[in-house]
Design a protein around this ligand. Structure first.
Ligand code: HEC
Ligand code: HEC
Ligand code: HEC
Ligand code: HEC
Ligand code: HEC
Ligand code: HEC
Ligand code: HEC
Ligand code: HEC
Ligand code: HEC
Length: 424
């Protein structure tokens, strides 16, 4: 396997290579022996020349699958002489740059037949997707400041994406993207469609978001990072109308409710219009309504239907919150008096779920469904209240009973002691 050279006669060598690969169990492929390239490069003093060999030798998914330097660079790996190793006849390509990088990686990663032998379920559309991204489109225009395959994966020491040390492992993605996107110097000269400079604050903002908190503090790896909203390879700002779909991949019910609303017809940036994209804060009830702190007041004013809806929905939510708080106080009082209130605690939790549901239903921006949820919630709290009152009545009934029987016992004791004294 060490002697075939993919790059010397591309078509022929490729076919030959496929023949070599076909019968073997790819997973069992042995890591390749150090080649002439690797040996000489390891010994180089210049870090740029030595690091590729060192990194490739230490850990690399390609090395683990039996590939060597020449699979990407061409050249003759069995030569120890530099000039002969890189003679023109060996197809040596040197250091790939720009579109060449894409071509080098895509030669295998876009080849479904080849990839199937190693990772049958793996996608083979990275280069196609990449070409549709802002990165790919800019690169095609000759802009070399954009990301290529190696900006996100590296060229040597490439790891499986599921490896926690991979630069694209879920918790490392934000840092990888923002080596460029937080570098104001590198990003100078790019603009948003409205002509303002392309922001470089995505990471700072993202790190303040509920999503980052869920991932980092909550250890919830299903919370989104950059590539969940922008795609792994098709990185672009989600287009007009597509944002609700992006958020909706995870917040399905919210997106469904939102689709029913007038807002969905008129907002260019859907969810982002109210929640922002990178710095999504924990929503509060104060965002809903018509006072200064509320979002709705930014666009709606006294008398219009939005204003009325905001007032009605906020008041529904506040009513339910108040009712739950009152019932909870009542249940606590009964528990302190020694009554068993487990069932009522459970019912109150269900009322709390109705409150959450109301905040979801609110996304149709129609007061009616929110009012329905409110009524369901109020039904629960009314029942809990009745049971709480009954429990407290029971407590006072028992207390009165106890007082009466204590009184009776006291009378008997007094009568008895009088009797004893009279007998003496
Ligand atoms: C005997 C030592 C030696 C061998 C063998 C050798 N190289 Fe090099 N390589 C170098 C040196 C030194 C340089 C720096 C440029 C120069 O002096 O030509 C270099 C440069 C490179 C570069 C960067 C070229 C550029 O355009 O910047 C690549 C890529 C490379 N070698 C890959 C390989 C591959 C692949 C092989 C095996 C087929 C190989 N080398 C074999 C010593 C070697
Ligand atoms: C999976 C493909 C792949 C393999 C395998 C590979 N390289 Fe590279 N190599 C690249 C690419 C792509 C670049 C350009 C990287 C960049 O622009 O950052 C590169 C760059 C280099 C450079 C130039 C580094 C610099 O900063 O100027 C050297 C030298 C090099 N490789 C040597 C090697 C040697 C030696 C091996 C084997 C031990 C090897 N490469 C294996 C893809 C590969
Ligand atoms: C802007 C950064 C970026 C660029 C550019 C990029 N990738 Fe990726 N790549 C990722 C991320 C992020 C993942 C997904 C990690 C995950 O699934 O958690 C990924 C996943 C992969 C995978 C695993 C299979 C898959 O599709 O999920 C392969 C293979 C891959 N990339 C190859 C490439 C190739 C080849 C190129 C160049 C055409 C490229 N990548 C360009 C970021 C990038
Ligand atoms: C000679 C063929 C070949 C070339 C060239 C090649 N790859 Fe690969 N690559 C593979 C194979 C085969 C795998 C193993 C897939 C597996 O087993 O999961 C792989 C795996 C990967 C993975 C890990 C995917 C995963 O499952 O997590 C990444 C990332 C990757 N390659 C990126 C690159 C990049 C970036 C380049 C270009 C610098 C490149 N590859 C060039 C064949 C190649
Ligand atoms: C090597 C540097 C580099 C890396 C790494 C990088 N980008 Fe980029 N990105 C750029 C440059 C440069 C542009 C071009 C800006 C333009 O044309 O608007 C760009 C453009 C974009 C755009 C389009 C912006 C717009 O509205 O025009 C998005 C979205 C994007 N990148 C997301 C990402 C994501 C997500 C990652 C990580 C998975 C990432 N980038 C990694 C350099 C990089
Ligand atoms: C929860 C989804 C989400 C996450 C996570 C996310 N983005 Fe975005 N990003 C968006 C949306 C939506 C837009 C478009 C907003 C618009 O059109 O106003 C956007 C816009 C951008 C843009 C265009 C310029 C700008 O700031 O508006 C860049 C560049 C970008 N994001 C990069 C990143 C990077 C880098 C990360 C990770 C640190 C990231 N994004 C994380 C959803 C997300
Ligand atoms: C990859 C899945 C995913 C994507 C995409 C996503 N989110 Fe999230 N979101 C989560 C997770 C997980 C949480 C934290 C758990 C929770 O509170 O629901 C969360 C939390 C939230 C919260 C706080 C909820 C709360 O009760 O505190 C808001 C608001 C939010 N996301 C809005 C958005 C918006 C707007 C978008 C699109 C720009 C978006 N999300 C994209 C998964 C996602
Ligand atoms: C017109 C403004 C607006 C739009 C558009 C909007 N939301 Fe909201 N969202 C709110 C308000 C206000 C709240 C807080 C409700 C409350 O707590 O009473 C909220 C709360 C949330 C919550 C937290 C609910 C909870 O249980 O606390 C999530 C998650 C959420 N929104 C996701 C989305 C998603 C996804 C979209 C797009 C499909 C979206 N929102 C569109 C205004 C909006
Ligand atoms: C970014 C501006 C903006 C924000 C913020 C906003 N709206 Fe709207 N809303 C509009 C526009 C524009 C319309 C369509 C014109 C109209 O009917 O007023 C609309 C329409 C509506 C309608 C339908 C009115 C009808 O006549 O059918 C309701 C209900 C509504 N909004 C409620 C809300 C609520 C509740 C909030 C706060 C959670 C809110 N809006 C936040 C801009 C906004």
């Amino acid at each position: 396997m060490a002697t075939w050279r993919l790059s010397s006669v591309p078509g022929l060598a490729f076919a030959a290579a496929l023949c070599v690969w076909a019968p073997a169990t790819p997973a069992a492929a042995q890591p390749a022996q150090a080649s002439g390239c690797e040996t000489c490069h390891r010994a180089q003093a210049q870090p740029a020349l030595a690091a590729p060999a060192r990194d490739f030798g230490a850990t690399d998914v390609h090395r683990d699958r039996g590939f060597t330097c020449v699979d990407c660079h061409g050249g003759n790996p069995s030569e120890t002489d530099k000039t002969r190793a890189k003679a023109p006849a060996t197809g040596f390509k040197g250091k790939p740059a720009g579109q060449m990088v894409i071509a080098v990686c895509a030669r295998c990663h876009s080849d479904a037949a080849l990839m199937r032998k190693y990772a049958p379920k793996q996608r083979v559309d990275q280069a196609v997707e990449y070409a549709t991204s802002v990165h790919g489109q800019q690169l095609a225009k000759g802009d070399t400041k954009v990301a290529t395959c190696v900006s996100c994966h590296g060229a040597h020491g490439v790891r499986l994406v599921s490896d926690a040390q991979s630069p694209v492992y879920v918790t490392n993605v934000a840092a990888t993207c923002t080596t460029c996107h937080a570098d104001a110097e590198r990003m100078k000269g790019y603009h948003l469609p409205d002509g303002s400079p392309l922001p470089t604050d995505q990471r700072t903002k993202y790190e303040k978001s509920v999503h980052h908190a869920a991932m980092v503090q909550g250890n919830d790896l299903s919370a989104p990072t950059c590539n969940d909203c922008h795609g792994n390879h098709g990185a672009a700002p989600p287009g007009v109308g597509a944002i609700a779909n992006v958020c909706g991949t995870c917040h399905t019910v919210f997106a469904t409710k939102f689709a029913l609303s007038t807002h969905s017809q008129i907002f260019d940036r859907s969810c982002v219009e109210c929640h922002s994209n990178h710095e999504i804060a924990k929503p509060t009830d104060a965002m809903l309504g018509t006072d200064k702190a509320a979002l709705c007041a930014d666009c709606h004013s006294e008398g219009d239907n939005g204003h009325k809806a905001a007032t009605a929905m906020r008041s529904s939510i506040e009513k339910l919150k108040d009712a739950i708080a009152r019932s909870a106080a009542l249940v606590a009082e009964a528990e302190n008096a020694g009554m068993e209130m487990g069932g009522q605690q459970l019912a109150l939790r269900e009322a709390g779920n109705q409150l959450t549901l109301a905040r979801t239903e609110m996304h149709a921006f129609d007061p009616k469904p929110v009012e329905d949820v409110l009524q369901a919630g109020l039904g629960i709290t009314a029942k809990v209240d009745a049971e709480g009152q009954a429990a407290l009545a029971e407590v006072s009934y028992r207390r009165t009973g106890l007082a009466i029987s204590l009184g009776a016992i006291l009378l008997v004791v007094v009568a008895l002691s009088l009797k004893i004294r009279s007998l003496k």
